[in-house]
Design a protein around this ligand. Sequence first.
Ligand SMILES: [Zn+2]
Ligand SMILES: [Zn+2]
Ligand SMILES: [Zn+2]
Length: 156
Amino acid sequence: MMDDTTQKDIAAMLHAVGLRHTHSRAAVLHVLIKAHGALTQEQIAQHIDKKSPDKVTIYRTLEAFAAAGLVHRAYLQHRSWHYELAHRCSDVQCHPHFFCSNCGLARCLHDTQMPLVRGLEKGYVVQRQQVRLEGLCPACNRALHENGKESKDAAG
Ligand SMILES: [Zn+2]
Ligand SMILES: [Zn+2]
Ligand SMILES: [Zn+2]
């Protein structure tokens, strides 16, 4: 369920970029506001309960949001774009994203900052800087260490 604050936020966000308030726009925006990370079109559809708009509508909604600067494509994973709110990102730069190479978990690293790369030769124009960190999430890291201990115990 949408609480009053979220509904007001959604209305204000749509109004600020001059987009008309529709059921599907509000539904998609709601999912993105509540999300802990970037989501694919399909994941967004899954998050919207019963009255979910069809794929085409969700796609068009995301395109409209992207054009308005409300949402942006954060990264491409498994051939799908993952969308997120763009309010913390500029056109050129998004926060870094962390990917667990074991379970595939993706995290937005909102509190980290990366300087824009400098020292490019003359003539090159950066249109987008994307930082992708790969490693192990805490759960996988823990599991790996526990397994390692067990096999050592068994051997010894
Ligand atoms: Zn971003
Ligand atoms: Zn993991
Ligand atoms: Zn992100």
